[in-house]
Ligand binder design. Structure first.
Ligand code: S3P
Length: 415
């Protein structure tokens, strides 16, 4: 992909559906009785991997004009897959589906692409094993491919060492197939889409502080789900609108769940059910450095590559810390962002758990390697809008993981 400097950005954009919520709608719809109708589903490669896994377990999922219909078969209605489940590039699919598979009465295997085969799965194998699950890493390296022999599970109270919604969701889903109340406590609250949506489907899920609990054997019922726009996809346009001079853009229908709004901090929990959404009006602004650390990190974990680019264009120093999780995402995002921003002339240093960026240096186009990481590619596309020399992104098409229309949406706003 080649990105050229933009004079300004203007117009409005409907942000595509939320990736986390789209995955969960397919999974919970499959485990519910009756039909779940999903509108504004994200048809990115990751969510299509989730669909194909559940289809391989006998769930009828229809993709009709703009809507997905999931004909669920209830909590115990999945069939043994006749082939290995392919999760593609999707960590969410891998970790959530493992919690479900651990409680089935069949054996299954799952694997994915080269990136997924390097990502840490011990973080789910540990709690699942404590619940009595039989889950092994076939190559013995704590990564996929995984073999899971389903069992009746025991309820546990898991103290997770990481603030990870994927770990939390995995344990809660396994808890539905256990013999008591399963609890997960995390060091800092991570995104709570699983808790909200499972409750909506009829499960008895409660949350108190950073502990979520679920009662076993719920009856889940098919639901209507309107997927809000993905704030993690909106982040690139928020950044672009702020950074490119003379811009004003309207981003429509953005999900602003408080566990995801670290990038905005505009919304706080009001006890309402469902996912709050908003239209965001973004204007060019002169940005300055800041420190991003502590409890805000899980609420903007996927936006940190974009924040690193914003920091490189902002005046002064930005420090990002407590974000060691970036090292085990689709790429080592600390290393990849640092290397690529340095190629563009930025003053940035990697630290063990983040980055230190002295912003405001003039940046130039360069050849950027996305390392097949969709969030890296999109972050640098925004950087390219601000550079005199063309910026080219190797393997830029990996945006199809979470945002297939990304480049055309970006160009639709640029002059
Ligand atoms: C996700 C949780 C986060 C996030 C990922 C999606 C989810 O991962 O980075 O893109 O849908 O639960 P972790 O749980 O590993 O933090």
């Amino acid at each position: 992909m080649e990105i050229k400097k933009a004079k300004k950005l203007s117009g409005s954009l409907a942000i595509p559906g939320d990736k986390s919520i789209s995955h969960r709608a397919i999974m919970f719809g499959s485990l519910a009785e009756g039909t779940t109708r999903i509108t504004n589903f994200l048809e990115g490669a990751d969510c299509l991997s989730t669909i194909s896994c559940f289809q391989k377990m006998g769930i009828d999922i229809e993709n009709t004009s703009g809507e997905i219909l999931v004909h669920g078969k209830g909590l115990h209605g999945l069939c043994a897959p006749t082939e290995t489940l392919d999760v593609g590039n999707s960590g969410t699919t891998t970790r959530l589906i493992s919690g479900i598979l651990a409680g089935q009465d069949f054996v299954s295997e799952l694997t994915g692409d080269a990136s997924i085969q390097k990502r840490p799965m011990k973080r789910i194998m540990t709690p699942l094993s404590q619940m009595g699950a039989d889950i092994i890493s076939i190559n013995g390296n704590g990564c996929a491919p995984l073999k899971i022999s389903g069992k009746k599970l025991h309820a546990i109270h898991y103290n997770s060492p990481v603030a990870s919604a994927q770990v939390k969701s995995c344990v809660l889903l396994a808890g539905m197939y256990s013999d008591g109340i399963t609890r997960v406590t995390e060091p800092v609250l991570s995104r709570n889409h699983t808790e909200i949506m499972l409750h909506y489907f009829g499960a008895d899920v409660t949350s108190e502080g950073t502990t979520a609990s679920i009662k076993p054997d719920p009856s889940l019922y098919g639901r209507e789900i309107l997927v809000p726009g993905d704030i993690s996809s909106a982040a690139y346009f928020i950044a672009a609108g702020l950074l490119v001079p003379n811009s004003e853009i309207l981003l429509k229908n953005v999900g602003i769940n408080p566990t995801r709004d670290g990038i905005l901090r505009v919304c706080k929990a009001m006890g309402a059910e469902g996912e709050p959404t908003a239209d965001l009006l973004i204007r060019s602004s002169s940005l300055h450095g800041t420190t991003v650390e502590g409890a805000i990190i899980p609420t903007l974990i996927d936006e940190l590559p974009m924040i690193a680019v914003m920091a490189a264009f902002a005046e002064g120093t930005t420090v990002i810390r407590d974000a060691q999780e970036l090292r085990v995402k689709e790429s080592d995002r600390i290393q990849v962002m640092t290397e690529n921003l340095q190629k563009m002339g930025a003053d940035i240093q990697a630290t063990e758990d983040g980055m230190i960026i002295h912003g405001g240096k003039p940046l130039h186009g360069a050849e950027i390697d996305s390392h097949l990481d969709h969030r890296v590619a999109m972050s640098f596309a925004v950087a390219g809008l601000l550079c005199e020399r063309t910026l080219s992104i190797k393997n830029g098409e990996c945006v199809n993981i979470s945002y297939p229309e990304f480049y055309s949406d970006l160009y639709s706003l640029a002059e």
